[in-house]
Design a protein around this ligand. Structure first.
Ligand code: 5AD
Ligand code: SF4
Length: 477
């Protein structure tokens, strides 16, 4: 257990952070007494679900420190930007938002600005912020989330600006406060980091090595959520199928799923992301035999060309992927499969791309997330020869979408006239008269109903299918 323990932030360190929280609390209480309102905070989150989960912790910490959440950054005393580095576009947006904060801070000099997450876990980005954005007060990498109270306290006390990027292979901090976005659908991280080093990907450099939470900590967290009425729990990890490799006893992700599946209650378990090289038949069997495990699998293929897969360091061939997908479809007849595809990886020939299109036609995903390859500084692919031009990437991307859209539509058409169990998520963003939910396969379902249904399971008769969503009517009990 010794090696395991060294990955955990010690109780002593967590107590030290609690003392900073207390210290800031006194300050925020005085602020509230003087101004007649609490100090406000606002967190802006870019990127993946792991970042969303991290932001819920930052939100929990800010709340414990006596701040209150506000939608309006202009009136805030504390602004946090949780950044992403997976593609250049996300970095550009985070930098542009950081630029806009200059005016807000000029109007409200008491405002403190913190930037964290994957983008600023890179040395060159830390330096960008340090020198080009002098009004940013605090910067910290993904491994230092738990030290947010310490950094903020020092700066509030008039200390220097602080900049801390990852200096370790990563840690696990248990027991941090979490303020969840909603009570009925929650993320639970099961592991952090990634050891795979796919040649295009920045994640292993900014999130450190794979480390698993203790199964008992994960199970306890899920149980507490279910008991509090949570209806959907998404287990998170960059590669959940590596879960447990660093645990002392033999215990893998399927074992964890089985333990969670044994919890009593009416809820769905989802998980992401699975790497095809580690997704086993045992995992598929566990989904098939489960009571709560949603019949949905996100299994990123990235490319249909073995040559490209090899240069991506994905360590599987398309034939191996296809075998696993066939087994999954055979064991779970109503399984929805989704995937990630990268278009325009260095050296991707027209023939390679044609193989990706063939792969989509062969596997028939329910939907895909597709990305234009974005060179990431410091990754092997960024310095590979034969980088593909933007125009070629975009033209391939369009062809990919066209094919996938027709497949998605055909797959959704099959849901017409069926009755689906749907978890109601909220009002539709584009049409206020409509509620939006997700079915077990994680497909969007729109229908008319009252706000009282939000957070509940309902039964919906599907009347119409479109490429990106299903439409239906509420079935009375
Ligand atoms: N360029 C484009 N897409 C990328 N992804 C990861 N790195 C890059 C990159 N450099 C995609 C992969 C991954 C998803 C989360 O983001 O498809 O599965
Ligand atoms: Fe990136 Fe590959 Fe790790 Fe996923 S498995 S986070 S794509 S390196």
């Amino acid at each position: 257990m010794a090696e395991q323990h060294s990955r955990f932030v010690s109780e002593k360190e967590l107590d030290r952070q609690r003392a900073f929280i207390e210290k800031i609390r006194k300050r925020t209480a005085a602020f509230t007494a003087e101004k007649g309102r609490p100090p406000y905070y606002h967190i802006l989150t870019f990127g993946c679900q792991q970042n969303e989960a991290d932001s819920e912790i930052l939100s929990g910490l800010a709340t414990e420190m006596g701040y209150c959440e506000s939608e309006d950054p202009a009136q805030c005393e504390l602004i946090v930007i949780n950044t992403c580095a997976v593609r250049e576009h996300a970095e550009k947006r985070a930098l542009s938002i950081t630029g806009q904060l200059k005016h807000l801070k000029a109007a409200n000099p008491a405002m403190k600005i913190a930037i964290c997450g994957c983008m600023v876990s890179q040395e060159h980005r830390r330096d960008d912020i340090k020198f080009r954005y002098p009004y940013v007060d605090i910067l910290f990498g993904t491994d230092k989330l738990y030290r947010f109270p310490e950094y903020l306290s020092a700066r509030l006390d008039g200390g220097k600006r602080s900049f801390s990027i990852p200096d370790s292979e990563g840690t696990i901090a248990e027991g941090l406060p979490v303020k969840r976005k909603n009570a009925f659908s929650s993320y639970v991280s099961v592991m952090y980091g990634c050891n795979n080093f796919c040649t295009y990907c920045i994640v292993p450099y900014v999130r450190g090595r794979e480390r698993s939470r203790r199964p008992e900590d994960v199970v306890k967290e899920v149980k507490t959520l279910v008991e509090a009425g949570c209806r959907e729990i998404t287990l998170l990890g960059q590669n959940v199928n590596s879960y447990g490799k660093d645990l002392e006893r033999p215990y893998d992700f399927s074992d964890l799923l089985k333990e969670i599946d044994a919890i009593e209650g009416d809820f769905w378990i989802r998980f992401m992301t699975s790497h095809p090289k580690d997704a086993s038949k045992k995992l598929i069997d566990t989904i098939a035999d489960g009571r709560h495990i949603a019949h949905q699998l996100h299994l990123p293929l990235q490319s249909g060309s073995d040559d490209v897969l090899k240069r991506m360091n994905r360590v599987y061939t398309f034939a191996q992927y296809q075998e696993l997908a066939a087994y999954a479809n055979e064991r779970i007849s109503d399984l929805a499969m989704t995937s990630d595809i990268i278009v325009g990886f260095p050296g991707e020939s027209e023939d390679d791309f044609a193989k990706t299109l063939e792969a989509l036609s062969a596997v028939r995903f329910d939907s895909i997330f597709s990305f234009l390859y974005s060179p990431r500084k410091g990754t092997p692919a960024a310095s590979m020869e034969d980088q593909i031009g933007e125009a070629v990437k975009k033209e391939r991307f369009e062809r990919l979408l066209q094919l996938q859209n027709s497949i998605s539509k055909e797959k959704n058409d099959r849901c017409e006239k069926s009755v689906q169990k749907v978890l109601v998520m909220g009002r539709s963003k584009t049409d206020d008269s409509t509620l939006t939910g997700r079915n077990e396969q994680n497909k969007l379902v729109h229908f008319k109903g009252s706000d009282s249904l939000i957070g509940r399971f309902v039964r919906i008769k599907i009347t119409k299918a479109e490429t990106f969503a299903l439409f239906g009517e509420l079935e009375e009990d």
